[in-house]
Design a protein around this ligand. Sequence first.
Ligand code: 5RP
Length: 227
Amino acid sequence: MDPEEAKRQVAREALRFVRTSEVLGVGAGSTVATFVDALGASDVRPRAAVVASERTRELLERIGVTVVGLGADLIPLPVYVDGADEIDGELRLIKGGGGALAREKVIASASALFVCIASEDKLVRGLGAFPLAVEVLPMAVHLAARELRALGGAPAVRDGFQTDNGNLIVDVRGLDFADPATLEGAIGAIPGVVECGIFARRRADVAIVGTEGGVRILGRPTDSPVL
Ligand code: 5RP
């Protein structure tokens, strides 16, 4: 299927999970941008949104959705909608292709229901072919690279890129993903690492996947969207 059509399909389907009177968590990336387009074209309006990137903030404000911070009174957010670079059979993810992984993980972890939207090329048997994005404090980049090499990875600083938090992204290839949650913990424990793009400890609850045969919903709840 044309990837853009798959994005439109999953974006429309995800609208079923948005509650009009609640604050919605919204991630980052091109699939999320398509979701914001679908939201703008629909009657569905969340009360406000908490966003993972400045780009998503712009897109939402353009369709008239107010963006707010993640206040204590908002946790848990009922629903978080975001894309992914890889999704495995247990709905563990690799994210961070767009470099927004730290804020994405914060919002995902603050949400009761994480709805992942993606085209079927994102489904994988095992995580790890996509380079793993690691957000690092600029002054810690050499130390972090050394520690990532010690974990078996081949790190490369993303050229000319700064995150919305003012940090660097190190993309890492060659890591062993046999136990994604343990790897997530090990990378997170490196001094100077802000976050890594493994979402195994807080995986998606639902994945809406665009396929040739139409939309497939994986995980829970399969047939009872939050309305
Ligand atoms: C950004 C992300 C995105 O969700 C991920 O890269 C998927 O992006 P796209 O929808 O453009 O394929 O994690 O940090």
